[in-house]
Write a protein that binds this ligand. Structure first.
Ligand code: ADP
Ligand code: MG
Length: 714
């Protein structure tokens, strides 16, 4: 059998190899696994002394910082619980600016002095850690001579046990901060933004006549797209191993033209993998709700029920980690890159976002009649104002090298940030603007053309799949995140800019009410004003259309196609002003993020370019020349001529890429632009010929698994 076919056949074989989880009687409570590995409220109630439990809960509900006197008793209970679960170690689990999670494990056990070992875990160890963290990117915040960074316990996100076949680790979500108090991570600003938004929203609710609400939480429900491919293919591809995406690969004869994959039946091996991922996540208290096949072959999606932004972001990190870990047990590899396969749909993450009160109200819930729902209109208008003012910053919050293949390309939300409201809601705002007292809002119904099905009320959020920021019924869906993204930064931005806009609207509202206008009338006036100022950001057409780019330019909306175009908005004056005045990030902290993200961009492109050059020269060029030699031997001159020419051009372009890869002696933004404008095009040139060669070189000589193999053998 030719070289390539053998792994294909092996890849296609799959059996649950005796380790399968099996099925249990789910009506029995001892078979319920949800949150079994979480030190959550129930476990705390059972294990903490009554007064400690009470004080912990009150502090958490009030969003205050914890009395360290409680820490020892909590640590004690946590340790006992963890030991019962087989955990020998604990770790402060944190989120440095890489967007990934970091952990360093410490054993509970220390020598007892009599030759035995004793398990210990103090309140101090729970509350604060000092990882040797000098190698995390900090954007110059922390010079190495003052390299200390601290991890600090985040009691608002519960500790959990991470299982391994050979043991377990107690993982404690923590923030990561420099000794001068600057945020070195993605969690601290998220927490700061949540409390900023809460303060602004509660103030607004008071002005709207709500005397009850004490806190407002932002919520997030992410829909995560990912690919699963057989690991045999993965390990034959240095590009996937090094960069997470294929740098070569001709378009397969079959793509998603047949639309047979989306929502199709899930292949057995993949489903087995998903079931285990979800079982593991359930133990960790991650409330996974939906799973399905996505548009591209070998692409899937998983989504949880929404949670508060902090816990939801932590859970999203765990989801990505679990997808990658568990896939390996099924001979699969999970690809979270934004664009693993050229010409095939990429993977994104939809960030469903809303605001909810501690009294259980969703502030973006329109109710039965949107137009009469004053509170909804107020908060919805605030979001519109925020997104319009900070559209470029939102774009910057989802910028990375992988995203440059999606945003603006013909599949994902475009690089222009606009809002889709849906026809019904747009009519309501337009009517308010026109000063119509009670905007027409007849109930619309979705007709399904068959009398046996019930008529469904058509929600304000009828769908526009091309919009990067869509209102979908009772939440906004920010669709421009990449599949590998941490949720923290985009939600930090959303919360902060929303807080600012809510305050702005509240100022205007209060002014009018003080002047004698009724609250309802004042809200309508404020909403009218805001709508007129910001409606340029509303767009309900096809976001992929070329005309939209022109129209958006006329409206003055930013179109930031690449990461180097977008990132400077992290340090624009208006960004710094907003973030500083809400205490979310200082100018220096913003600067640090800008530097780190920019560096990640050019480093990633450099790795891609070097990998591309090396694969081309050491794998593809030899295959092509061998093929050429065979043709010569066979004496088929026309084929020799054709191939000879292509191979010559290939070698030339490889040399050009290698030349581009030489250190240009640039730094920062200039280096990023060099990567984008010189190196990336050189890679594309090489790839163009490589993909043509893939079509003509003898299959048994071609060293890389092909798209049709990776995408269709399951
Ligand atoms: P879709 O049709 O886009 O799949 P769904 O109603 O299935 O929409 O919801 C998708 C995601 O939106 C889920 O993760 C869900 O938890 C989340 N979601 C629903 N309500 C909210 C909310 N109030 N805040 C944040 N996310 C929410
Ligand atoms: Mg969705």
């Amino acid at each position: 059998m030719p070289r390539l076919r053998q792994p294909n056949v092996e890849a296609a074989q799959w059996q649950s190899n005796g380790d399968s989880l099996g099925r249990v009687d789910l009506t029995r409570s001892d078979n319920q696994v949800f949150a079994s590995h979480v030190f959550g409220v129930e476990v705390q109630r059972q294990r903490l002394p009554k007064d400690v439990f009470k004080r912990l809960q009150t502090t958490l509900q009030a969003g205050e910082s914890l009395d360290t006197a409680l820490a020892d008793q909590i640590a004690q209970a946590m340790k006992e619980w963890a030991l019962e679960k087989g955990a020998t170690h604990y770790t402060h689990w944190f989120q440095p600016l890489t967007g990934m999670t970091a952990e360093k494990h410490d054993s509970f056990y220390g020598p007892a002095g009599d030759g035995s070992a004793l398990a210990e875990f103090s309140g101090k160890e729970l509350i604060q850690g000092e990882p040797d963290a000098s190698s995390f990117p900090t954007g110059g915040i922390r010079a190495t001579f003052e390299a200390r960074g601290y991890t600090a316990w985040d009691p608002t996100s519960p500790a959990f046990i991470l299982d391994n076949p050979n043991g377990a680790v107690l993982s404690i979500p923590t923030a990561f901060v420099s000794w001068t108090g600057e945020a070195l991570d993605l969690k601290i600003p998220l927490l700061r933004s949540m409390s900023a938004l809460s303060t602004s929203a509660v103030r607004a609710l008071r002005a709207l006549g709500d005397g009850e609400t004490q806190r407002v939480f932002t919520t997030v429900g992410p829909e995560q797209e990912y690919f699963l491919i057989d690991e045999q293919f993965y390990y034959q591809r240095p590009d996937l191993i090094n960069t997470g995406r294929t740098l070569y690969g001709a378009k397969p004869p079959k793509g998603h033209e047949l639309d047979e994959h989306y929502f199709g039946s899930i292949p057995e091996r993949v489903l087995a993998c998903m079931l285990e991922v979800e079982r593991q996540l359930a133990r960790l208290g991650v409330p996974i709700k939906t799973r399905h096949n996505e548009v591209a072959p070998a692409q899937y999606e998983v989504a949880p029920v929404f949670e508060n932004s902090n816990v939801g972001s932590d859970h999203q990190q765990l989801t990505m980690q679990m997808l990658q870990n568990v896939a390996r047990r099924y001979g699969l590899v999970c690809l979270l890159h934004e664009k693993p396969f050229a010409g095939v749909n990429g993977s994104g993450k939809h960030n469903n976002w809303s605001m909810g009160t501690d009294t259980g109200q969703n502030l973006l819930e329109p109710g039965d009649d949107p137009s009469s729902n004053v509170r909804f209109l107020f908060f919805c208008a605030a979001v519109i104002a925020a997104v319009d003012k900070h559209q470029a910053l939102l774009r910057a919050s989802v910028a990375n090298a992988g995203q440059d293949h999606r945003l603006g390309a013909n599949e994902a939300p475009p690089a222009i940030i606009s809002i889709f409201l849906g026809a019904e809601l747009e009519r309501v705002f337009a009517a308010i603007e026109a000063g119509e007292e009670s905007p027409e809002s007849e109930q619309s119904f979705l007709r399904m053309g068959t009398p046996v099905l019930p008529r469904l009320p058509l929600h304000g959020g009828d769908r526009n799949r091309t919009s990067p920021f869509a209102f979908t019924g009772n939440k906004f869906e920010f669709r421009a995140l990449g599949s590998s993204h941490s949720l923290s930064l985009p939600n930090t931005v959303l919360n902060t800019i929303a807080a600012e806009a809510i305050d702005l609207l509240t100022d205007r509202l209060e002014q009018r009410v003080q002047g004698g206008t009724s609250v309802d009338d004042a809200v309508l006036e404020v909403v009218r004003e805001v709508w007129t100022e910001h409606k340029r950001v509303i767009f309900d057409g096809d976001n992929y259309a070329e005309e939209w780019e022109q129209e958006a330019a006329r409206r003055g909306l930013e179109n930031l196609r690449s990461t180097p175009d977008a990132l400077p908005w992290l340090i624009e004056d208006q960004t710094t002003r907003t973030f500083e005045s809400y205490g979310v990030l200082t100018g220096r902290e913003l600067e640090a993020r800008y530097e780190v993200f920019l560096e990640q961009y050019f480093v990633k492109l450099n790795i891609e370019a070097e990998t591309a050059a090396s694969i081309a020269r050491t794998m593809l060029l030899p295959a092509a020349t061998r093929h050429l030699a065979q043709l010569r031997q066979a004496g088929v001159q026309t084929l020799v001529d054709e191939t000879h020419e292509l191979v010559g051009a290939f070698a030339e372009r490889i040399r050009a890429l290698e030349h581009a890869n030489l250190d240009p002696g640039l730094e920062g933004m200039e280096l990023a632009q060099y990567m984008r404008d010189t190196v990336y095009p050189a890679m594309t040139e090489v790839r163009e010929i490589a993909d043509r060669l893939e079509h003509i070189v003898a299959d048994d000589l071609w060293p890389l698994p092909k798209y049709e193999e990776m995408l269709f053998i399951k």
